[in-house]
Write a new protein. Structure first.
Length: 146
């Protein structure tokens, strides 16, 4: 394990993960309702509905599988992101485009080294957490680049 002179370790919160999973289910249902309203034939509506179902299930299961893995995220000064797995080893994760970091909220789109793609919603306060403050500094310098 390399030394991380300047890094931030963030613990995902179960309630935020539940929010992501719940909103995914809600958006799936809303998408199906919109499919019914499409001004096309029933055959095309069915095709769109099946595609929407497959995409939604894939995304929901990807997040669920990723959330089942153990959890502290670490981002270092070079922008390298790692997640500690169940046996304590660190697994490298890639940052995907579409990630957003705000002063108190972060939406990170990640890819595990085994190809699993998922999103992590994180919340923090720079005044209360040194790790969140370091994360904000790191993001300003290297995180917004991808």
């Amino acid at each position: 394990m390399s030394l991380h002179a300047y890094s931030a370790e963030l613990q995902p919160e179960p309630r935020l993960r539940q929010l992501v999973q719940g909103s995914g289910l809600l958006l799936f249902l809303l998408g199906l309702l919109l499919t019914v309203q499409l001004p096309v034939s029933a055959g095309y509506k069915s095709l769109v509905a099946v595609f929407w179902l497959a995409l939604s299930v894939y995304e929901w299961l990807s997040n669920r599988l990723a959330y089942a893995r153990a959890g502290i995220l670490r981002i270092d000064a070079e922008g390298r992101i790692e997640r500690r797995n169940g046996d304590g080893a660190w697994q490298v994760h890639g940052l995907r485009s579409g990630s957003v970091v705000l002063p108190r909220l972060a939406w990170l789109r990640l890819t595990a080294d085994d190809g699993l793609r998922y999103a992590e919603l994180l919340c923090g306060d720079a005044h209360e957490s040194d790790d969140w403050r370091r994360f904000q500094v790191i993001w300003r310098h290297v995180g917004a680049a991808p």
